[in-house]
Design a protein around this ligand. Structure first.
Ligand SMILES: C[S@@+](CC[C@H](N)C(=O)[O-])C[C@H]1O[C@@H](n2cnc3c(N)ncnc32)[C@H](O)[C@@H]1O
Length: 245
């Protein structure tokens, strides 16, 4: 099937445009190489289905189990905001660590209408307030957003290839969401996946959108069992949920 032409509009950055995805939610696309932050078939649908549900986080939060999430590629912060929103809704404690090289500023994020993403819209306002305390281009380092007494978000402005987790412990879920293997092959190698393997709890899950043979091989060669599961309605046919073996 031909790829549909989707509406786009500019942002305050020359290298990023907004794309209207098929479920009506908005995402970013890089003008330099056309890399999209989400599936054009639906940014919200992908985030909810592949990451929140696929990783087991939605179930854990619904069961009120304390949950630790690692996200590789904070991007628009959609995955983070949806997860924190779900944790608040269920009254569950959450530790969320996201690694990102290029942390989108509040002014750029506004173009995506993030208040449409979550039930608790004042969560987005609070995130915007937090983000505004930092410069548009944030220097490398660790930044903590204490959402409330039970929810803590840590943003690591760093290249995941150089980042090492010190005493933060293990994660119940990894949202593995850097750009695709074609544009960022070194983030999908066996050694990258081995680094992720060292960070997952024994009953944890890694969720990712790429189902390519290269990605499955890299996971299998580094201590992961790989399951191909159905993708979101209208989106990719299959996505990956990996568990430690
Ligand atoms: C597909 S987007 C992530 C979308 C995100 N999960 C969301 O909810 O919007 C990929 C992100 O990974 C970041 N990224 C790319 N290479 C990276 C690296 N080596 N280390 C850390 N982050 C990286 C990019 O800057 C981009 O924001």
């Amino acid at each position: 099937m031909p790829i549909p032409i989707r509406d786009t509009f500019p942002t305050d950055r020359d290298d990023l445009i907004v794309q209207v995805t098929d479920d009506g939610s908005l995402t970013l696309v890089k003008t330099t190489d056309n890399d999209a932050f989400h599936s054009g078939c639906g940014a919200l649908a992908e985030t909810d289905h592949v990451y929140c549900k696929g990783s087991g986080v939605a179930d854990r939060l619904a069961r009120r189990q304390h949950t630790r999430v690692l996200e590789v590629g904070l991007g628009t912060a959609m995955g983070m905001l949806l997860t924190v929103d779900a944790a608040i809704a269920s009254g569950t404690s959450l530790e969320y660590v996201a690694i990102e090289t290029d942390w989108i500023s509040g002014s750029t994020l506004q173009y995506l209408r993030p208040r449409d993403w979550v039930a608790k819209t004042d969560l987005v306002d609070a995130y915007m307030d937090f983000r505004k305390t930092l410069p548009d281009v944030v220097p490398g380092g660790t930044y903590r957003w204490c959402v409330d007494s039970q929810r803590l978000v840590t943003i690591e402005v760093a290249d995941v290839r150089q980042w090492s987790l010190s005493a933060e412990g293990q994660f119940d879920a990894i949202y593995y969401d850097p750009f695709c293997p074609e544009s960022a092959p070194d983030l999908w190698t066996p050694s990258s996946m081995k680094a992720m393997r060292g960070l997952i709890a024994a009953d944890g899950k890694l969720a990712t959108y790429s189902c390519s043979r290269t990605v499955r091989n890299a996971l299998e060669q580094s201590g992961w069992g790989v399951a191909r599961v159905p993708g979101p309605i209208g989106g990719k046919r299959e996505v990956i949920v990996a568990t430690p073996v």
